[in-house]
Design a protein around this ligand. Structure first.
Ligand SMILES: Cc1cc2nc3c(=O)[nH]c(=O)nc-3n(C[C@H](O)[C@H](O)[C@H](O)COP(=O)(O)OP(=O)(O)OC[C@H]3O[C@@H](n4cnc5c(N)ncnc54)[C@H](O)[C@@H]3O)c2cc1C
Length: 390
């Protein structure tokens, strides 16, 4: 008797699911139909975002073509915004469409900086994610600066994305003013973090190198102050300090989408989906989560693309195993990884283990790794066309 076909639905096509589609074995189709539901048919590789802002990369360079990947993997693509999941009826709700049934579900909807805990942040600040909205916000701020000739840019959040963002903006916007014959010093930059030091989750050597770079470029760093409220032109901190701004960007710790709270899935204190080492939900069998949205019980897995990609290889095997009712494998995170952070203008700082280093060569190394990663997906596009016409 032929096995019953299962419906595997992948919600969100971030780095984790994009690589799952690449890694999933064709034999999954003996047991299951694959459907991908995601907001956009292209997914950005955020590590290349600073290079796009600086005009080094094109939009095509930094995007993975999810539609081509789906053709390659034999998956049906549904482009739309998921607004909820009924885990009892096993249905995914996608705006403007009929509910999508599933037997096995995997969620990879990423994370966005938390703007809802700080009144006014959602209304006044441009969040670093989603990337398309961020880019529109950045280009609008850039145009306003060129019109007025002066502005105060403030970035809230002293993690890797906040530091990359402010370094890149400083180089790009001062060069803009210089080209227009204006005073490059008329644009000022402030980085505000509630932590005692920037980049506190990285090695001290890496943080110290960035402190020097920021100081040398005249970027003000305010540490140990928590943004409590955002008004039209100022951030108010917990000790009532007022940080004025003309343009405000938000990169603070990531949070998960609020609709996950209505699904009944077990979530951690920040709203991320609690998973076992196999990436299966701690509360619901046959429901998986990967990438930034997954919260592994009992261990800290950094919310970084490199971990999302590593998880995807195990996820691909586990989705197939779930369809075949075979045992699941655990994801074992690596302890150390090569950290490369852009300082803008073809310069980067890196660290691995206790060692840190910087220079133009580090930037070139980062470019090679990042371009190579996206190229791995682009290579599949012609194969996807062959699959389509076969
Ligand atoms: C500026 C910047 C630089 C970074 N640099 C690095 C780096 O150098 N190295 C590194 O390892 N990490 C880096 N990161 C972190 C890295 O980008 C993330 O950890 C990684 O993208 C997480 O991948 P993911 O698969 O969890 O989800 P994401 O890649 O965030 O994708 C989530 C996907 O889900 C879709 N989605 C979300 N909600 C819905 C919904 N309701 N319905 C349908 N679809 C939905 C989105 O459209 C998106 O396609 C950087 C992040 C930023 C912001």
């Amino acid at each position: 008797m032929a096995p019953t076909m299962k419906d595997i639905v992948l919600v969100g096509a971030g780095l984790a699911h994009a690589n799952t589609l690449r890694a999933i074995c064709k034999s999954v189709h003996d047991h299951a139909r694959l459907t991908v539901v995601t907001r956009h048919p292209r997914t950005p590789y955020s590590a290349m975002l600073p290079g796009l802002m600086a005009g080094i990369y094109s939009s095509d360079d930094i995007h993975i073509d999810v539609a081509a990947l789906c053709r390659f993997a034999g998956a049906k693509l549904v482009v739309g915004e998921v607004s909820g999941i009924d885990l009892d009826a096993r249905r995914v709700f996608c705006e403007g469409r009929d509910p999508i049934p599933f037997d096995i579900l995997s969620i990879d909807t990423g994370s966005t900086p938390n703007t809802h805990d700080v009144p006014g942040a959602g209304a006044h600040a441009v969040a670093i994610k989603p990337v398309d909205k961020f880019l529109a916000g950045f280009e609008a701020a850039r145009a306003r600066l060129l019109q007025r000739g002066a502005a105060k840019f403030v970035v809230v959040g002293g993690g890797a994305s906040g530091v990359e963002l402010i370094c890149t903006m400083e180089r790009v916007l001062r060069a803009d003013l210089q080209r227009e014959g204006r005073d490059p010093a008329a644009v000022t930059f402030t980085l505000l973090t509630r932590k005692a030091a920037i980049l506190d989750m990285f090695s001290r050597g890496l943080g110290a190198r960035f402190e020097k770079i920021l100081a040398a470029r005249g970027i003000e760093v305010i540490t140990g102050k928590n943004a409590r409220r955002v008004e039209a032109n100022a951030v108010i901190t917990d000790c009532a300090a007022v940080v004025p701004y003309d343009e405000l960007f938000w990169t603070v710790e990531a949070s998960a989408a609020s609709w996950l709270g209505d699904t009944g899935l077990a979530l951690d204190e920040r709203g991320f989906i609690e998973v076992q080492p196999t990436m299966e939900s701690t509360s619901h069998a046959d429901v998986f989560a990967a990438g930034d949205v997954a919260s592994f019980i009992g261990r800290t897995v950094p919310k970084a693309g490199i971990y999302a990609v590593r998880q995807s290889v195990v996820l691909a095997e586990n989705l197939r195993a779930a369809a075949e009712r075979a045992p699941l494998k655990p994801f074992i995170p690596q302890k150390h990884y090569l950290q490369l952070i852009t300082a803008g203008e073809h310069y980067a700082v890196g660290a691995r283990g206790g060692l840190s280093f910087e220079g133009r060569w580090v930037w070139h190394l980062k470019v090679r790794i990042d371009r190579g990663f996206v190229a791995g997906f682009k290579k599949l596009a012609p194969m996807a066309e062959m699959v389509k016409s076969a």
